[in-house]
Design a protein around this ligand. Structure first.
Ligand code: 3H9
Length: 701
């Protein structure tokens, strides 16, 4: 026996308890411990029933992801699960917290499952580029039916306890202590002769006549939604096997498909993304024990799209918000906007009318700064001008209580200059939300020169409250995300001058995996925004930085994107579906002519390299300047804020996987051909020369 799994006997009941903090992952010692415990229970003539449970905050959260890519160590997880299933003494799993991946698979190997009423169960392997590899694809359909199993395995989204009960994944729900509930159920098994009931031997739920249709519909849906993704089609193939093969053969096929996924680059990228997201919380110079300020009341200044989105993020998390607009008219519009957003969710069926009213009760409109005197955190989301920010922060400084956190949602202005408008720069931090703020997961937390540790830790802690991903960034124009996207957007525009069309450039980047093409994205956010940033940059950028003129031409022609119904694409009234806009090509041709560029045919690969390598080169500069702490942080920003394909791991991981020498060679070519703005980042040159990766580098190395 080992310390990760304990075995004890209470009368005729054996209790097997996993104890492997923080999430009871199924590392080697747990698998070994489970096997030994099972063997002991089998060999003990006094034992007539088994209970499997976990100590700590959760049931088993899955295989130990840190072991992927390392040499396998026996016993394998499928062996352990099979051993449970083959037990000739009935066993019950008592689930609390989350039973995920291999954790649920172990529970499916048990003969009965009971779950705490707040528990969740799921098979999230697909999110790591895998498929359930310890029988999940064969056993879940046998309990829940093919439709539910496909939905859970292909989406990776867990279901709550009530759903699990409804779909026969668990047999009963309990309240209170899992140990007591497990023992009570085991006593009942003995009293009522609830004997061995092996999931693998059940077939009733597999007998739906329309399994073939369900599977082909799901296949077509995934091809459409996630072209290029490696594991989803394999998840479907494994579930299909459950519908046509005996258990042993299905398990064999599942194992083979699992191994293919395990060896894939996409699995490596997705596992990187998983750990990178968790690493973001580990911040240089910020000890884990740093105290945080309590944030129970929040003020938001500015009732535009951004301000309302930020306010709703808090309201959704149950935190009351005062939304300030000085003009009564503007305040009325802002509150109506909030109501409209919720009403749309009610219409879609994702929110009940009662929940909408409860949330709206947490949102209070105010018109006077003195109404914000007692708030713990105030976030301004006003017009992006330093002068306007000055007025706001001077007022906040006058009215807010000592210790209040003063945050700016600026996406590009100098946070240190903003902090200097107050007498308490240590309390000022940037909270750069992404639009729509109530939907997007990412927040860039901007650490100013004087932001104190407590305020930074409190700002980072918000990510848990709001269920968002927070990444610390330093002060510079555009921080991490927008500073990089500027380079990407600039290349996308130059490509239009060189011969590309909006449709072709967008299609090439979508094929690469970007959620949206850059031109459709610009239409969505409004071309006039880039136009005004461009005017500012023309004044500040050093010589040698030519800017494309395509956007200017479109704006001059009144093409502002979706908001005007015409931009790079045109849109039917009320529709967001882009259609080719015949006005655009003549404008592109004029731009090319004016610059003396002969338009040519561009390949998709070339389009991708120009745009993505521009991101990577800027990302390297950002790392070297210490604006981001590690390459994984840059990746997390791109995966959560800019629609970069998760299965490529983020731009910096993608560069590492290509090899930095290869990236550098292309950047050098572009530099020679196009000029100064393609100058290779010194860090890229250094790491390429040393044969290293961004992932191995940190500021102090
Ligand atoms: C699988 O099971 C394959 C099988 O089908 C077949 C095998 C043959 N392993 O997220 P948190 C760490 S694939 C190792 O902040 P929360 C995490 O890195 C697996 N470590 O907590 C962090 O470390 P640190 C399928 C893990 O309360 C710490 O635990 N399962 C694992 O917000 C706390 O994590 C999954 O994909 C792991 N499996 O959320 C589930 N999980 O403190 C993945 C976590 O050093 N896990 N860590 O930064 C989760 O979704 C969440 O962690 C969970 C808890 C919901 C459980």
């Amino acid at each position: 026996m080992n310390s990760s799994v304990t075995y004890e006997r209470q009368g005729e009941i054996a209790l097997i308890t996993v104890n492997n903090p923080p999430v009871n992952a199924l590392g080697h010692s747990v698998r070994e411990g489970l096997l030994h415990a099972l063997q002991e229970a089998q060999g003990d003539a006094q034992v007539r029933a088994l209970v499997l449970l976990c100590s700590g905050r959760t049931f088993i959260a899955g295989a130990d992801i840190k072991e992927f890519g390392k040499p396998p160590q026996a016993p394998s997880l499928p062996e352990v699960v099979n051993f449970f299933e083959q037990s000739d003494k009935p066993c019950v799993a008592a689930i609390h917290g989350t039973a995920l991946g291999g954790g649920l698979e172990v529970a499916l190997g048990c003969h009965y499952r009971i779950a705490h009423h707040e528990a969740k169960v799921g098979l999230p392997e697909v999110k790591l580029g895998l498929l359930p590899g310890a029988g999940g694809t064969q056993r879940l359909p046998r309990l829940a039916g093919v439709a539910k199993a496909l939905e859970m395995i292909v989406s990776g989204t867990p279901v709550d306890a009530a759903q699990a009960l409804k779909h026969h994944i668990v047999d009963e729900l309990f309240e209170g202590d899992p140990r007591a509930a497990g023992i009570t159920f085991a006593q009942r098994m003995l009293a009522e002769s609830l004997g061995v009931r092996r999931t693998g031997e059940q077939t009733a739920a597999l007998n739906a006549a329309d399994n073939a249709t369900l599977i082909s519909v799901k296949r077509a849906e995934m091809e459409q939604r996630m072209p290029g993704a490696f594991s989803p089609p394999r998840c479907i193939a494994a579930v299909e096997a459950a519908t046509r093969l005996p258990l042993a053969e299905g398990l064999q096929l599942e194992r083979a498909l699992f191994k293919e996924c395990l060896a894939s680059e996409q699995r490596a990228a997705l596992v990187h993304a998983f750990f990178a997201e968790r690493q973001c919380g580990h911040i240089d110079g910020l000890p884990a024990q740093t105290p945080v300020r309590s944030i129970e009341r929040v003020g938001v200044i500015g009732g535009g799209t951004m301000g309302v989105g930020i306010a709703l993020s808090f309201v959704n998390a149950g935190v009351p918000v005062k939304l300030l607009e000085v003009s009564g008219q503007a305040l009325k519009r802002a509150l109506q906007r909030a109501r409209d957003i919720y009403a749309a969710s009610v219409t879609r069926g994702s929110l009940s009318r009662e929940a909408m009213e409860q949330r709206l009760e947490l949102l209070h409109g105010v018109q006077d700064y003195s109404d914000l005197a007692e708030e713990d955190l105030i976030i301004e989301a006003v017009f992006e001008s330093l002068e306007v920010k000055r007025q706001v922060f001077e007022r906040l400084d006058r009215v807010c209580k000592p210790g209040a956190i003063l945050a700016s949602n600026t996406s590009s202005l100098d946070l240190d200059a903003i902090a200097a408008f107050t007498s308490r720069p240590q309390d000022v931090v940037g909270l750069h939300f992404f639009s729509p703020a109530n939907v997007m997961r990412l927040v860039e937390v901007v650490r100013g020169r004087h932001t104190c540790a407590e305020v930074l830790a409190s700002a980072m802690g918000l990510s848990r409250t709001l269920q968002k991903v927070a990444v610390v960034v330093g002060v510079c124009d555009g921080f991490v995300g927008n500073r990089m996207i500027f380079q990407y957007g600039r290349e996308a525009e130059f490509l239009l001058e060189e011969g590309g069309t909006p449709e072709q450039v967008d299609a090439a980047l979508r094929k690469f995996g970007m959620a949206m093409g850059p031109n459709a994205m610009r239409d969505l956010s409004g071309l006039d925004i880039g136009w005004s940033i461009r005017k500012r940059q023309r004044e500040t950028l050093p010589g040698g930085y030519p800017l494309p003129t395509v956007l200017d031409k479109l704006c001059e022609a009144g093409l502002f994107g979706q908001k005007s119904g015409r931009g790079f694409y045109q849109y039917a009234p009320g529709s967001r579906q882009p259609q080719p806009n015949p006005e655009v090509l003549p404008l592109l041709e004029a731009a090319s002519r004016e610059k003396g560029i002969e338009r040519r045919v561009l390949s998709d690969d070339y389009i991708v390299e120009r745009c993505i390598f521009a991101l990577i080169n800027e990302g390297a500069k950002i790392l070297e300047e210490g604006i981001a702490q590690r390459s994984g942080d840059v990746d997390v920003i791109y995966l959560n804020g800019y629609g970069f394909p998760a299965w490529r791991g983020g731009p910096m991981f993608y560069a590492d996987s290509l090899g930095l020498d290869k990236v550098l060679a292309r950047v050098q070519e572009f530099h020679e051909r196009f000029g100064a703005w393609w100058k290779p980042a010194p860090l890229l040159e250094k790491l390429a020369a040393e044969g290293r990766r961004f992932a191995d580098w940190n500021l102090n190395s």
